[in-house]
Design a protein around this ligand. Structure first.
Ligand SMILES: [Cu+2]
Length: 143
């Protein structure tokens, strides 16, 4: 008796969770589509709209920077402002990782031509290395 009731409850709970997940996904997709349409309309239609331009400019300047891995060495930026989106690209013929000594970030294994992206939000100086080749090291300072 009790076992049957518990099983029914579990099944209902599972279905409910699944439905909410689908609803959330759909809502997010719809919102994304709407905001993209709104942005395109404002930018292209109203060249002189100061309000629209200001709104876009506030979110646009997310700086980006790149570190590349080639010949078993890291090269690229060593200092970036907080909020920078950093892309690490493995241009080598071997797999590497981009791993912070203090555990702040870890790309996991990056195969040749793989890229890893991270937003650097917290100021500080980070020493990083490759977990496969610990002699590969570098530092990046977030200001
Ligand atoms: Cu390596």
């Amino acid at each position: 008796m009790f076992a049957n009731r518990i099983r029914r409850g579990d099944e209902q709970g599972g279905v409910t969770t699944h439905r909410s997940f689908l609803r959330t996904t759909f809502a997010l997709a719809a919102m994304t589509a709407m905001s993209l349409a709104a942005c395109g309309g404002d930018d292209n239609g109203d060249a002189g709209s100061a309000g629209g331009a200001g709104g876009v400019a506030t979110t646009a300047p997310a700086a980006s920077a790149t570190i590349t891995i080639d010949g078993f060495a890291f090269s690229g930026v060593t200092e970036v402002p907080a909020g920078t989106v950093l892309t690490v690209i493995n241009n080598d013929t071997a797999p590497h990782t981009f791993t912070a000594e203090d555990g702040s970030f870890d790309s996991g294994s990056l195969n040749p031509e793989d890229a890893f992206q991270i937003t650097l939000d917290t100021p500080g100086t980070y020493t990083y290395f490759c977990a496969f080749h610990p002699s590969m090291t570098g530092t990046i300072t977030v200001t």
